[in-house]
Design a protein around this ligand. Structure first.
Ligand code: ZN
Length: 307
């Protein structure tokens, strides 16, 4: 799949070997060129431009942000070798975050994901996801004691004597699939919508992978549960980090039997139906929407439209 996907092309080298190098990390935190990206309640600091730019801070401002932060996570190094950190300042109130923002703003990727530079959006997505993970793993799942950040923010460890529980940042796999069929009359794909979506938006099916399930099984189960179709030939296409909050979208094409009819099962779907290629164009021409370019859902649809 060729089109570039938002959040999928993080330009930072994660430099994982540095995560346990306390001396190097300490020096980077004092280095005036080091970039610190403040994250406040899921939102990253960006400029107020129509096409916002990432507004990481450096020098004295970086040190004051780090002083406000609950957690600092080493994200990696950029192409100039400069270290990047994310700093979670979510515990600060609106007034304080507003003072810090100054003539910039804290923005949710959900609002700016389609327009921000792809690489900068990917850095924000990475920062947003890992900061979210820290905020939701402050206590040990095994014994309930407090946990502390380790490995420059890529591990949390339980503080209770004798427990030893170690937690790693989570990523939840979600399968997202374009279901297609081939008949004598031509090809068609399934587009569907949930009632809570933007009016007019039609998209692919998707669902979380369950424990003990392969990705292919998850595709088949979700399609059966949501629209009552059996699919064969499930093919992987591409994947995309989806930091809302901690998902990885794994994209597939899945072929259904031509004879089978869609039954909207009880669930989140408001409508689901077959669209031939010209019906997709007609949907858009009539003011209907597809997912924005850069989402894996749109790439799956466009890839099929292009044959
Ligand atoms: Zn514990």
């Amino acid at each position: 799949m060729t089109p570039s996907l938002v959040y999928a092309e993080c330009p930072l080298d994660r430099s994982a070997h540095r995560r346990s190098d306390a001396v190097w990390l300490e020096a980077r935190l004092l280095d005036p060129v080091t970039q610190v990206l403040p994250v406040w309640r899921g939102c990253g600091l960006v400029t107020k431009d129509e096409r916002p730019r990432l507004a990481a801070v450096a020098g004295a401002e970086a040190r004051s942000v780090l002083a406000l932060a609950a957690e600092a996570v080493f994200l990696g190094t950029d192409s100039h070798g400069v270290a990047w950190f994310a700093a979670d300042i979510s515990s600060r109130d609106e007034a304080e975050s507003g003072r810090l923002a100054g003539d910039r703003r804290f923005a949710d990727l959900r609002q700016i994901g389609a327009v921000i530079d792809r690489g900068e959006g990917a850095v924000l997505a990475y920062a947003r996801a890992i900061v979210h993970w820290h905020r939701h793993h402050r206590f040990c799942g095994a014994c309930g004691a407090a946990t502390v950040s380790a490995e420059a923010g890529h591990v949390r460890r339980c503080t209770a004597t004798g427990c030893g529980e170690t937690m790693f940042p989570r990523t939840d796999p979600v399968v997202i699939m374009l279901v297609t069929r081939r008949t004598a009359d031509g090809d068609a794909c399934v587009l569907a919508r949930q009632a809570r979506w933007t009016p007019g938006l039609m998209s692919t099916l998707a669902g979380f992978v369950e424990p003990g399930e392969s990705l292919e099984q998850a595709v088949a189960r979700e399609v059966r549960e949501e629209i009552g179709l059996n699919v064969r030939r499930v093919h992987y296409r591409a994947s995309q980090p989806w930091p809302f909050p901690l998902s990885l979208m794994v994209g597939f094409r899945a072929e259904a039997d031509a004879s089978e009819e869609i039954t909207c099962m009880q669930g989140e779907l408001e409508v689901a139906r077959w669209f031939e290629r010209d019906a997709v164009a007609a949907h858009v021409a009539a003011g209907g929407k597809l997912p924005f370019r850069g989402t894996i859902a749109r790439a799956l649809i466009d890839g099929w439209l292009e044959g």
